[in-house]
Each structure stands twice: as structure tokens, then as C-alpha cells.
Ligand binder design. Structure first.
Ligand SMILES: *Cc1c(COP(=O)(O)O)cnc(C)c1O
Length: 345
């Protein structure tokens, strides 16, 4: 890795030596013909881990989300999505362009939808009404905050959806961070949702890929839709091999990222108590708002860059810092010291 301390995202990690070895040694075949044993192993391991029947290896989280929504909807359907969600904000309008669905936006408090808002957003059947088809959830929630949501929340959302005949889809890009936070089995967070996507590249350090899991029937249709958008792969076992190492060796250490994030947040709070929110449950993403110290995110990004520290601007005055495999406790301490020094000047 470079000499920079790179806090922009937990996606900047490079594959581990064990992953590189596994990629070289992988047993592979033509996966479109259903003949890649390593991809098949990744798909079944993933399904088991999240308590679902079957899995589908996809190139990215974005592809997983888009394939999932296309699988669960018909054109002209309406889906309920969070105002801050990745699927609504950062997927190039894919919901409209690829699935032809319209979105109904729900706002959240602390990452959660109000059950009353969800109920009232679901349309009744009628000659003039679009069909509300899917409720989209995220865990951890909000990619600039990383808020972990507990199983009870999903049970509550799942009940409303089942009552009204909606599907529930979970963008679980960082589901293992949420599981780590609660000390829970990942499957216990997915019990009340129909389908889930998780990323192998967020915190787990695999070079690429995500997995979509759900019922056998859902995955069969999702595989066909993945093929339509050019996501069918041939000897993908080379990548799946790294992904299997990621699931095997990198999940347990996420706790370390959470400890480092807490260390970072406490350090920043001691620099200035109002630049971080100490009340929010924390996984590996710390959001800093420099408004109370009258700095813009652009100026802080630049000054920190000059100190060898990369952070991501997420608004006029806000930045995010994400902890991951490439960030040590010492990196955290040096970065807090650098921010303190910039703010003193
Ligand atoms: C990163 C992310 C995605 C998309 O994953 P890519 O692999 O970057 O396409 C989707 N949802 C959430 C919540 C994410 O953080």
C-alpha cells in the first residue's frame, strides 16, 4: 500500500498474500455453463452464512442491487427506498434505467424508518395506482455513517411488508460489520428479508465481487437477469477463491476496525466535542462535521492530504473516515494529532 493513510473507504484494501495464492491455485471452469466449482462453493457458503437457500456471485454491490430489484419487480412498480440509501443515490439512476421502477422515498431517524411512514407509503390497489412491490433496507445503514440495525428492526419491517404483500430486500454491503457490532450470526440479521446482497470488497479486502442470496427461485431468475446485463462470467473461480479466503479470514478482524473507529471518534471528540456525534452506534465509519470549527470539507481534505492522510468529503463541511485492514491504531493516533494541529493553526 502507499505511504498514505487512506481513510476514504474500506474498499481501498489490497488482496492479502493468502488471497493471491488462492487465486493462483483455484480450480475453475466455465461458470455460465455451471461448471466452476469454486464459484459454486462461494455461492453455497454465502447462502448458508446468511441463512438463505441459494447464492449468486456478481461483479459489484451495484450489480447485486440492480439485479435483485429487477428480479423482484415488474416495470412500472413502485419501491420504497431510503433518502440516504446507496441504491437511490449512487447507482446512476439504475432503478429507472434498468428496472423501470419508480421510487418512493422514506426518510429515516438514526437509520430507521418509522413504521407509520412505511404503512402509509404502501399504495392500496386501484385502477390508477402503481403496485408497491418492494421495501428496500440497508445494514449497516447510510454509507457515511455505518449505522448497525438490530434483528428486531427487521422483524418489525418484515411484518409490515408481509401483511401488505411486499417483498423485502436488504442491501447488506456491510452486513458483517453489523453482525460484528451485535455479536450476532449474520443469518439472524437476514431472517426477515427475502433477499440480501453483501460486498466482499468492503472491509473484507477481496479484490472484487459481491454475492446475492435468497430463495432458489429468486436466485434462478436473478442468474438469468445477471446474464442479460452482461454479468455472466466464465472462469470466475479465480476471483471467487479470493472471496472465499475473505469470508474465512477477514470477518473476525472487523472488530478491530470498530475498535479503531471508536479510538478515532474519541480522539476527535477530545480535539473538539462538537465535530463528531458520540451518541450514534458506531461500526467502522466516522462522520466528522467541521462546521463548528468553521472549516469546509474541501479545505480539510486538502490540508490532510498534505499530511499524508486521505479522507472523503461527504458534504460542504462534512467528511468521513473509514477504518479497515490497512489502518492501525497508530495511524488513527497520528491522524487525530494532524487534525488537532490543523485546527489549532
Ligand atoms: C458500496 C456499497 C454498494 C455498492 O457496492 P459496489 O461494489 O461499490 O458497487 C451498495 N450499497 C452500499 C450500502 C454500499 O456501501
Amino acid at each position: 500500500m502507499s505511504q498514505f493513510k487512506d481513510f476514504r473507504s474500506d474498499t481501498v484494501t489490497l488482496p492479502t498474500p493468502k488471497m493471491r495464492q488462492a487465486m493462483a491455485d483455484a480450480e475453475v471452469g466455465d461458470d455460465i455453463l455451471g461448471e466452476d466449482p469454486t464459484v459454486q462453493r462461494l455461492e453455497s457458503v454465502s447462502a448458508r452464512l446468511l441463512g438463505k437457500e441459494a447464492g449468486l456471485f456478481v461483479l459489484s454491490g451495484t450489480m447485486g442491487n440492480q439485479v435483485a430489484i429487477q428480479t423482484l419487480t415488474e416495470r412500472g412498480d413502485e419501491i420504497l427506498v431510503g433518502a440516504d440509501s446507496h441504491i437511490f443515490n449512487l447507482e446512476v439512476g439504475g432503478l429507472a434505467a434498468l428496472s423501470g421502477v419508480q421510487t418512493r422515498i422514506l426518510t429515516s431517524q438514526g437509520g430507521r424508518f418509522d413504521p407509520r411512514d412505511v404503512r402509509s407509503a404502501i399504495r392500496s390497489k386501484g385502477i390508477q395506482a402503481a403496485v408497491t412491490r418492494v421495501l428496500c433496507l440497508e445494514n449497516t445503514c447510510d454509507l457515511n455513517r455505518g449505522i448497525p440495525l438490530p434483528p428486531e428492526y427487521f422483524a418489525e419491517m418484515g411484518n409490515i411488508a408481509r401483511e401488505r404483500g411486499l417483498g423485502v430486500y436488504l442491501d447488506g454491503a456491510r452486513i458483517f460489520n453489523a453482525a460484528t457490532f451485535f455479536g450476532a450470526e449474520p443469518a439472524s440479521l437476514c431472517k426477515d428479508v427475502d433477499a440480501v446482497m453483501f460486498c466482499l470488497t468492503k472491509g473484507l479486502a477481496a479484490p472484487l465481487g459481491s454475492v446475492l442470496v435468497g430463495t432458489r427461485e429468486f436466485i434462478d431468475r436473478a442468474r438469468w437477469i445477471r446474464q442479460r446485463i452482461g454479468g455472466g462470467m466464465r472462469q470466475a473461480g479465480h476471483i471467487a477463491a479470493a472471496a472465499l479466503v475473505a469470508l474465512d479470514t477477514m470477518r473476525e478482524r472487523l472488530a478491530e476496525d470498530h475498535i479503531n473507529a471508536e479510538r478515532l471518534r474519541e480522539g476527535l471528540a477530545s480535539v473538539h466535542p462538537q465535530i463528531v456525534d458520540m451518541k450514534q452506534p458506531l461500526t467502522n465509519i466516522v462522520r466528522i462535521d467541521f462546521a463548528p470549527v468553521a472549516k469546509t470539507s474541501a479545505s480539510m481534505v486538502q490540508r490532510l492530504f498534505e499530511c499524508g492522510i486521505k479522507v472523503k468529503p461527504v458534504g460542504e463541511t462534512a467528511c468521513r473516515m473509514v477504518t479497515h485492514w490497512g489502518i492501525s491504531a497508530n495511524d488513527v493516533d497520528e491522524s487525530v494529532a494532524a487534525i488537532a494541529s490543523i485546527l489549532r493553526q
